[in-house]
Every structure is written in structure tokens, then in C-alpha cells.
Design a binder for this molecule. Structure first.
Ligand SMILES: Cc1cc2nc3c(=O)[nH]c(=O)nc-3n(C[C@H](O)[C@H](O)[C@H](O)COP(=O)(O)OP(=O)(O)OC[C@H]3O[C@@H](n4cnc5c(N)ncnc54)[C@H](O)[C@@H]3O)c2cc1C
Length: 393
């Protein structure tokens, strides 16, 4: 079997590696003309993501570029400690560009071809195969197509033209890297601040930098031109300095000490996609189930998808049953995580009354959460590579 993987991000690279582990031939087609090495900021890998990478024998290069972030502390904007939570010992934080690079290098090391400048524009299915066309006029054929082409996946639309569009989550995302600012926390401990006007998170890195992100509320989806205005010149810095001026946190010092260009993104999730596959075309990663960044699970989910999909194709003799088994295994878990992400995001945008309630309830909620260990199902998930997938099992 030859599999065409569309998208060379987290899900695409992991899928190619997982298929290689299962002895299945794959080729990756990525829209960017070259490797996008400086995309985005940083992300956190939960234990389950690291575990899934370990299954693929691909955890080491990621761990080398990452640092441990096992602990999270919550504060109000007044500086009041609201509680703390464990992220799990295995949790790691990594620059997004380093993650992409590590996964891509692993794909190349295993001799899997990656083609750049290949933007999928059309999918044509026949009984025994699939043929895709790219924007540059070239095409490719294979036995199966995996759409790992992200939140705005053209593959999702090819499977189902009526597929739901991503749902807007009313906070924006931006952040940076500050040097020379002392913060009162250990390297690897995230401090999450429910500020008066906006949420702010920061973590000291072992190299002396403090990595931070900000989530200003924004009630309606910003248009492309609104985002462009926000991203122009020093607009973000000025906006953030105003937003955090009244909070008792290092936010202002961190923003002032960051020299990276500040760019913002709108936030979306994708709660339930009815059709993850049709015929010989299937989705993986954000294309099937984007979760709000607040869950800290999007990349981990993408890697789990890759492992499970490769196992199903390895163990189930016909493609259609293999894809059905993949969706049966993955759907309940990822949809539950998308709900967790949406709930966490909504806590970031409380109004004045909600804020008082949230800050009063948070210590109780966190005590309950840690007593019930209710994130264990998310962080301690393990996929047994050796155990065969059985239908209906
Ligand atoms: C601000 C922010 C913070 C986040 N923080 C975290 C976090 O802390 N922890 C976490 O686990 N997750 C986090 N996430 C989510 C995580 O980044 C995604 O879930 C993850 O990147 C999904 O991987 P993917 O491969 O499905 O999509 P992507 O990484 O988006 O990759 C999709 C790839 O497909 C390519 N592509 C798109 N269209 C085409 C086409 N037509 N033809 C060919 N190629 C195409 C794209 O160029 C891209 O390379 C965050 C997301 C955001 C936006």
C-alpha cells in the first residue's frame, strides 16, 4: 500500500513515521515552499503526547529540544494564589519551530520522501485508489490519502462539502520570549494569571528566558484586515501593555523585555466532524478535531491519531474496516478533550461578575480536580503498539 500524506505539520510527519513503523510506504506533500522553521511560538506536550512519540521511537529529538514543565500555578490578577496543579512529570514545552524541525528530520532520517510547494487542490477517488492534484499543476496517486492538512483542511471539504467550519473561540493568542526579567517561580513551572482584563501565562526556561503568552478576549472573529492591523508595527506591544497595566504580575516587564516581533492569531476549535473518512480518504490531527490551545493537547492528539491509524492499517485487512476502526477508537477521546479545551477557554473570558465567582471557586475546583485526579485519563493515555487492533474490540 502507498499512502499520500497531505500536510507536513505535526500530524502529517507523525503519520508518515507511524506508517513507516508499520511497514507501510508513505510520501508527504506540504503546501509551504520550504520548511516553515519560524512558525508560531511554543507549545506544551502532555505526557500522552510524549508517550505516543516514544511508541514511534521519535521522542528523543523532541525531548532534546524541549524542557520539563511539570507544574502549573494559578493566580488572580491581584496576585492572589488560586491553586496549583500538576501537568504530569512527562510534560514538556518546546518551540513550535523546533518541534516541526525534529519531526521533519525524523521523517527524512527514515527515508520517507517529503515534497514541498505542493498545495492540494483536488481529490479524485476511484474504487482502488486515489489521485490528487496540486496547485502547481502536478499530481500524485496512491492507495490511500491522509489529510493532515490542519484546521482549514481542504481534505475535510473533499470528504464532505457540508463539513462544519471551525468554531471561533473568543480569545486571541500572542506571546514572546523575554530576557533579563526575574520572575518568582522555578524553571518549568507555568504561572497562569486570570488577569483583570485578560489571561496571561509565563514559564521560566532553563536558558534564562521567560516564555509567555497572552489571551486577550475578542468577542467576534477578527477579519484578515483586522488581524493585519493588530500585527502592524508595535501595535501588539502597546495593546498588551494597556491590558495588563493593573495586574500584579510580571506581565508588563516581560512584554517590555521581549524583542521578538509580536504576532497574534485568532483561536478556533472543531468540536465534531461527522465524517472523518470517505472511501480511501481519511483525516488526522486538527483537520479532524482541532482543540482550543487551552487544553494543551492538540499536538499530542495529532500524534496519537498517527499511531492508531497506522496500527489499524497494519492489523485490519481491508481499508474501509481499518478506517472505521480508527474513527471508533479516536472519536470519543478527542471529542472529550475538545470539550475540556472549550471549557478552559471560557474561564479565560469571564466578565466582572464571572471573574469574582471564578476566583472564589477556583481553589475549591482545583482541590477537587487534584483529588479526583481527573486529568489522568488525558495525560496517562498509552497506546500499546504491539497489541493487535481487533474489530469490535
Ligand atoms: C496559539 C496556539 C497554541 C497552541 N498550543 C498548544 C499546546 O500548548 N499544546 C498542544 O498540544 N497543542 C497546541 N496547539 C495546537 C497544535 O498546534 C495543533 O493541534 C497541532 O499543530 C496540529 O497539528 P496538525 O498537523 O494537525 O496541523 P498543523 O500543525 O497546522 O499542520 C498542518 C500542515 O498542513 C499544511 N497544509 C495545509 N493546507 C494544505 C494543502 N492544501 N496542501 C498541502 N499542505 C497543506 C500546512 O502548511 C501545515 O504544515 C496550539 C495551537 C495554537 C494556534
Amino acid at each position: 500500500m502507498k499512502v499520500l500524506v497531505i500536510g507536513g505539520g505535526v500530524a502529517g510527519s507523525a503519520t508518515a513515521i507511524a506508517l513507516h513503523c508499520a511497514g507501510i510506504e508513505a510520501e508527504v506533500y506540504e503546501r509551504h515552499p520550504d520548511v516553515a522553521d519560524e512558525v508560531g511560538l511554543f507549545l506544551t506536550f502532555a505526557g500522552n503526547g510524549i508517550d505516543a512519540l516514544t511508541v514511534l521511537g521519535a521522542a528523543d529529538p523532541v525531548e532534546e529540544a524541549a524542557f520539563r514543565t511539570p507544574q502549573m500555578v494559578m493566580q488572580s490578577g491581584t496576585g492572589r494564589l488560586l491553586g496549583s496543579m500538576s501537568n504530569g512529570d512527562a510534560s514538556r514545552t518546546i518551540r513550535r519551530a523546533d518541534l516541526y524541525r525534529a519531526l521533519r528530520d525524523e521523517v527524512v532520517r527514515r527515508g520517507i520522501p517529503i515534497h514541498y510547494g505542493k498545495a492540494l487542490v483536488d481529490v479524485d477517488q476511484a474504487a482502488n485508489g486515489v489521485r490528487v492534484r496540486f496547485a502547481d499543476g502536478t499530481d500524485a496517486s496512491g492507495d490511500l490519502l491522509v489529510g493532515a492538512d490542519g484546521l482549514h483542511s481542504p481534505t475535510r471539504t473533499a470528504i464532505d462539502p457540508a463539513a462544519p467550519a471551525p468554531r471561533y473561540v473568543p480569545v486571541l493568542n500572542t506571546g514572546g520570549y523575554a530576557r533579563g526579567v526575574h520572575v518568582d517561580s522555578e524553571p518549568g513551572t507555568f504561572t497562569m494569571v486570570f488577569g483583570k482584563r485578560a489571561f496571561f501565562g509565563y514559564v521560566p526556561a532553563p536558558n534564562g528566558e521567560v516564555w509567555w503568552f497572552a489571551n486577550p478576549p475578542y468577542p467576534t472573529p477578527p477579519s484578515a484586515s483586522e488581524l493585519a492591523d493588530m500585527n502592524a508595527g508595535d501595535a501588539w506591544r502597546r495593546r498588551l501593555l494597556e491590558l495588563y497595566a493593573d495586574d500584579h504580575t510580571p506581565a508588563v516587564a516581560l512584554i517590555e523585555a521581549s524583542t521578538n516581533p509580536m504576532t497574534g492569531w485568532a483561536t478556533y476549535d472543531l468540536p465534531a466532524v461527522p465524517h472523518w473518512y470517505r472511501g480511501r480518504v481519511v483525516l488526522a490531527g486538527d483537520a479532524a478535531h482541532a482543540t482550543s490551545p487551552s487544553s494543551g493537547q492538540g499536538a499530542s492528539m495529532a500524534i496519537e491519531d498517527a499511531v492508531v491509524l497506522a496500527k489499524c492499517l497494519r492489523d485490519v485487512p481491508d481499508v474501509s474496516s481499518a478506517l472505521a476502526a480508527y474513527v471508533d477508537i479516536r472519536r470519543p477521546r478527542v471529542e472529550r478533550i475538545v470539550k475540556v479545551g472549550a471549557r478552559t477557554s471560557s474561564m479565560k473570558v469571564a466578565g466582572p461578575v464571572g471573574r469574582v465567582m471564578r476566583d472564589a471557586m477556583m481553589p475549591v475546583f482545583l482541590r477537587m480536580a487534584s483529588r479526583m485526579m481527573n486529568t489522568e485519563w488525558m495525560h496517562r493515555y498509552h497506546i500499546d503498539w504491539e497489541e493487535p487492533v481487533t474489530l469490535g474490540g
